[in-house]
Design a protein around this ligand. Structure first.
Ligand code: HEM
Length: 265
């Protein structure tokens, strides 16, 4: 395979060395321009991360790349929105059965920007579910699950399940009548699964019945277990995207290879 030429890095990563006493004195503007490069150099000298950063950021993109390719990044953005708003909600939310409803009411009605942050988290969850399905549809219809991207598809399937589990566990947290009864229905549906169903049921309820510990079980799964797993798997997913590149759209076929020798008529 021919070796690909490395792209020229932007000038800021590769500044012309300035020698003291040689040439005009740098103006404050020159110093300000150099400052960015100095910070990058300072970091690079200590971490050697400029190479990996260049590998990650300067990649070839196939012809025909279009707006459908932004759905993965849009899902990532929705996930980050959930993470940031979730942190602020966790500052006020209390996962005990006696205080959960009241703390959610407090966030909406009294906390500064509480209604806005809770709304972003609530609507953001639906947006993330819709986006993850659209992104999965894009990769399926563009044949991006085929060799050599099978592992990324499998990681994607786990990401899909985790995203759905986030929605399910988050639904209980406001602890009002709707979320309480809907979660009982959801847990019972899980219980009908073959073999693992009853164990999954007990695990989710944190015991044989829906009780005082169920809410804290759901909260721990919702804000610690799954976000951690999601973040790690998204990292692996994006590593594979950077390593393998994205698939060209199926309507752009690879050019026929050159014939090895002239056909004899
Ligand atoms: C939290 C959920 C997810 C995030 C944040 C995410 C993010 C991304 C991003 C940023 C890309 C590169 C840009 C693009 O092609 O859109 C990508 C590519 C890809 N994703 Fe996802 N993804 C998620 C879920 C899924 C799911 C559910 C599947 C399938 C089951 C999947 C399968 C793939 C595949 C096969 C590629 C490679 C696409 C190609 O080669 O053209 N992803 N993902």
């Amino acid at each position: 395979m021919p070796k690909l030429k490395l792209p020229t890095p932007p000038k800021i990563l590769n500044p012309r060395p300035t020698r003291p006493g040689n040439g005009p004195k740098p103006t404050p503007l020159d110093n300000a321009k150099e400052a960015g490069a100095t910070v990058v150099d300072w970091l690079d000298e200590r971490t050697s991360l400029a190479g990996p950063a260049r590998w990650l950021m300067f990649r070839k993109v196939p012809k025909g790349t279009n707006w459908f390719y932004t759905l993965g990044s849009a899902t990532l953005f929705a996930f980050l929105n959930q993470a940031v708003t979730g942190v602020f909600l966790a500052m006020y939310y209390d996962p005990s059965p006696t205080h959960a409803y009241e703390s959610a009411r407090y966030i909406t009605n009294e906390a500064f920007l509480g209604e806005f942050v809770r709304g972003m988290h609530k609507w953001g969850s639906s947006v993330m579910v819709i986006l993850v399905f659209l992104h999965m549809g894009r990769t399926f219809f563009f044949g991006a699950y085929k060799y050599p991207r099978e592992l990324n598809w499998i990681i994607g399937v786990v990401l899909l399940i985790l995203t759905m589990t986030m929605s399910f566990t988050g639904y209980l947290l406001p602890f009002d009548q709707r979320s309480y009864w809907a979660t009982i229905v959801g847990v019972n549906i899980n219980g009908t699964g073959p073999l693992v169903g009853p164990y999954l049921n007990d695990f989710l309820r944190a015991g044989p019945d829906f009780g005082a510990t169920t809410l804290s079980r759901f909260y721990a799964i919702h804000m610690l277990l799954i976000p951690g797993a999601l973040a790690a798997l998204i990292g692996a997913h994006l590593y594979l995207v950077a390593k393998l590149g994205t698939t060209a759209p199926p309507w752009l076929r690879a050019e026929d290879p050159e014939p090895l020798r002239e056909e004899v008529a």
